[in-house]
Design a protein around this ligand. Sequence first.
Ligand code: AMP
Length: 378
Amino acid sequence: MFNVFGLNPIIMKNVKARGYVEPTPVQSAVIRPALDGRDLVVTAETGSGKTAAFALPLIEHLMGKKERSMEKKPQALPAALVLCPTREVAQQLNGEIAWFARGTGISTAAVYGGVGMQPQVNALKSGTTIIVATPGRLLDHLQRGNVDLGGIKVLILDEADRMLDMGFLPDVSRIISRTPRERQTMLFSATMPHEVLGLVNRFLRNPATLAEEENTTPPETLAQAVCPAVQEEKTKLLVSLLRERNSSRVLVFARTKYRAERVARQLAREGFRAACIHGGRSQQQRDAALDGFRRGQYKVLVGTDVAARGIDVFGVTHVVNYDFPSEPNEYIHRVGRTARAGRDGSAVSFVTMEDRKVLQDIEHVLGQRIPLWETQNS
Ligand code: AMP
């Protein structure tokens, strides 16, 4: 139960209103040491409940600060910073944090690239308590003097492996160097490659290390299948999968922006409502695609890893690896977009000759063979 943590009643009310009854394993592991103010390194991925794991203690911490500083002049500088890899993740985190902060007087603002600066400048200047940001845009604001990170008490690095994958290490380092040394830092990452550990060693102090147990185990409700394929046949296979009765919300992963666009076009030609999401699209296009997919306007969302990997859309029935991932963690991340929270889901992967080695690696990590796909249409 959440009440073991002794959180402020306003926060507890929000937790209840959000429909959370039992903490997830990562929440059980993280909330207490986070409340104690410890630096933390947490192996956890999207879907584990990691957002609430850091958001709840963060808000509790900031509420305490607020009450104590009541008589002083209002705190104008932001007190907490959450860094994350993409706009979509920033929006998701910001929404979730805002939910838990309702009625607390704590405000949160999201800052990311691909949209105008001015609304973000206004939010930053109006004295927001929490900033959720992608590194590039935040650095831009810092360099223009739009924000001062000198008041940061809590720093959260979310999806650290993805941030580094995307080449954000220099930006992240520069941003952290603008925050006070005396702060609490929590780092969340699905994987802990060398580069992430480097970040930990440089910026965290005597952190507690918490690992999510089932990191490499996809949920039991997930049906996985592989389908041997040659490049030219992939779209035909995808179309036949989309004609299956139960495939109502399908997330398709393609290797490049160009390929994602092409697949979406081919599907549209076949009469499917398909949208596309990747780094080459404008913010507005990405929002519209994701929103339409959420609302069921699009049955299919085709994306590249960078844009689609972290998205949280309820009720994805199928994940299709149109192009196979390049390593096991990638696979586990992608297929984790479906079969969430006890629901059924399927992951079908098209495998070419060149992909066989990676398939073996994945099966090794999973400790099981992935069966061949049997289409319901044959
Ligand atoms: P996250 O890993 O933070 O992206 O969360 C994944 C999903 O699980 C989100 O849709 C959350 O709203 C949901 N969630 C997180 N914690 C809980 C909980 N304790 N009970 C029920 N759902 C939760």
